[in-house]
Design a protein around this ligand. Structure first.
Ligand code: MSP
Length: 572
């Protein structure tokens, strides 16, 4: 039985993956600036974990939201960071050629995205030929403009972080010197490198950061940036000796050096935008990126080094860098040694990729570390999606309450007779649900623009819960459908619930696209009726009696049984 259940959820989650944003066809024909959102590209020295899926989920929801709200073409770039000492060593440990090793792990990211229906448009690998060309072109621009010089570097290097640190940024712990910031071991490196004149542009980076308080969001991380900027001095090494780090892109005119892995990696954002063809349509409609989504541990690279490189190259800066905190497991950092790393494949196979993403969205708050617990996961996926949403739809479309299986009529004179909803929403006035649903699109819009996706999901769920209460308090199942008065009451109550679910279903598309799709299908909302604008028009029958509700009288969609089944067991 248990085996069957797990098989079933596996099939379910795969099926889910077929569900793409319904507005692609519409948006790709639109001209103008695309919405360009990125995730960091992930190191392939270890397997994808929950934190990586979280970043990808934020970008996924942001992109889907822009399509729904603004009908924009979305460029959503993600991929893998495959060069450098760390990868070289990881491949050697597995006794594999670096490229075959990278192919294997990079493929796992694609597998995870497929399983979780991550709607990326471009998967970039730093071993792609197009990327090597972009890195060389970028390097040459910096060189031609006089921002690169040959020097010798001597200092501490963390291979795990692929980062140089000053002595003051290290300490001794358990007999080893480590980076204070990351806790990773550092080693003394002395080599000839190419150096970037960070000192020549750092003042411009400071001005940009100070004059644009929202360039790094939320404010907590903007403050961290300003502190880091104050402490910034000197230039930075941007190459390594090939004799030490052979697995990398050679610098254009010197084969004894490979490009520093962070410079190589950051340029991926330009490669996807079509760089070096800066006059091409792709670049013109894509760059600058609207939003780089990153974890707080890589803020310095994105908000100091990256703007510095771009300023030096004469290119526009990204509009915003959105920073998130980390996921913990039972309040402890996930780590291999503690054996508490969550494998997202196992969880997604147990509850479905879509539900796992919903959990991450519902629990994730950018400013604070988030905790992964078995209990919270079950609460989100069962509480919100199954008990509230699934139950509400299931009850309201049940043939017992709606034997004709049509989108029932709204009788204005009956509405006030319905018992009101929760006190909080309505103050015992029956218009409570209507008011909530009518302001929902604006609320969700505001929350999504601020990357407060959890608040958007919560606002939607509040309407769903109110809707459930409407059925519950009016005990509609006790009404006698042969009695004309009761029937009108029942029809009116159902109409309110359908309208709530229609609006919520439209707004839920960026969060749980497949569940929303199934719900809207059951209500027989046509695909072209699933835009944000359609969500803003609700309760036609009530608001303006002269305006007919286009849904009323329409046959409901096909009954495909229970849409959202309860999850009882999660396999980690
Ligand atoms: N390769 C670089 C990024 C280069 S982008 C030009 C890198 N890779 S990474 O694989 O180590 O990390 C990628 C992202 O995963 C980072 O944003 C990091 O913050 C995020 N996370 C790593 N562990 C995490 C959690 N436990 N929770 C949430 N996010 C986490 O850095």
């Amino acid at each position: 039985m248990r085996g069957n259940f797990l098989n079933w959820v596996t099939v379910f989650s795969r099926l889910n993956c077929k569900c793409r944003s319904n507005s692609h066809a519409f948006t790709t024909s639109l001209r103008g600036k695309s919405y360009y959102v990125t995730t960091p590209i992930f190191y392939v020295n270890s397997q994808p974990h929950l934190g990586h899926l979280y970043t990808a989920t934020l970008a996924d929801v942001a992109g889907r939201w822009q399509r729904l709200k603004n009908g924009k073409e979305v460029v959503f770039a993600t991929g893998t960071d495959e060069h450098g000492q760390k990868i070289q060593e990881a491949a050697a440990e597995e006794e594999m050629e670096p490229k075959s090793f990278c192919d294997k792990v990079s493929g796992r990211y694609k597998d995870l995205y497929e399983l979780c229906n991550i709607d990326y448009t471009d998967f970039i690998r730093t071993t792609d030929t197009r990327h090597k060309e972009a890195v060389h072109a970028f390097w040459k621009i910096l060189e031609d403009k006089g921002y690169i010089y040959k020097g010798s570097y001597e200092g501490w290097y963390s291979t795990q972080d692929e980062n140089f640190v000053t002595e003051l940024q290290t300490k001794i712990s358990a007999g080893h010197r480590i980076s204070i910031e990351s806790g990773h071991k550092v080693e003394w490196v002395k080599e000839n490198n190419y150096v970037f004149r960070l000192s020549a542009v750092i003042d411009e980076v400071k001005t940009w950061a100070r004059q644009n308080p929202s360039c790094v969001y939320p404010a907590k991380f903007h403050r961290v940036l300003l502190e880091n900027l104050d402490a910034m001095t000197g230039d930075i090494s941007i190459s390594r000796e090939s004799s030490r780090v052979s697995w990398g892109i050679e610098t254009p005119s010197d084969s004894t050096q490979t490009v520093y892995v962070w410079l190589d990696a950051l340029i991926n954002y330009l490669t996807v935008a079509g760089f070096p063809d800066v006059n091409g349509e792709r670049f013109q409609t894509t760059w600058p990126a609207n939003c780089h989504i990153i974890g707080h541990d890589i803020l310095k690279f994105h908000a100091i080094y990256w703007p510095a490189f771009l300023i030096a190259a004469g290119l526009d800066l990204p509009k915003q860098i959105v920073v998130h905190s980390h996921w913990l497991m039972n309040r402890r950092k996930m780590s291999k040694s503690l054996g508490n790393v969550i494998n997202p494949f196992n969880v997604a196979n147990s509850v479905s990729g879509e539900r796992l993403k919903y959990f991450l969205i519902k629990q994730g708050v950018l400013e604070h570390d988030c905790d992964f617990t078995h209990h919270l996961l079950l609460q989100s996926v069962n509480g919100d999606l199954c008990n509230s949403l699934g139950n509400c739809l299931h009850r309201a479309v049940a043939p017992k309450l709606n034997p004709d299986q049509i989108y029932t009529n709204f009788y204005k004179d009956c509405y006030p007779k319905l018992i009101s909803f929760s006190d909080k929403a309505s103050g015992e006035k029956p218009s409570g649900l209507i008011n909530l649903v009518q302001k929902l699109p604006d609320d969700v819009n505001k929350f999504c623009e601020d990357f407060h996706f959890y608040k958007a999901a919560e606002a939607i769920m509040e309407c769903v819960r109110e809707s459930n209460l409407l059925i519950h308090r009016n005990k509609t199942w006790r009404l006698d459908l042969h009695n004309a008065r009761d029937k009108k009451l029942n029809d009116t109550a159902l109409h309110c619930v359908y309208e709530t679910l229609r609006v919520c279903g439209i707004l839920l598309q960026p969060f749980v696209p497949c569940i929303a799709n199934d719900m809207l299908d059951r209500l027989n909302v046509q695909h072209h009726e699933r835009t944000f604008l359609h969500a803003t028009k609700s309760f036609y029958g009530y608001g303006n009696s002269a305006e007919a509700c286009p849904m009323t009288g329409r046959k409901l969609g096909k009954n495909r049984g229970v849409l959202i089944k309860k999850v009882s067991k999660i396999k980690f």
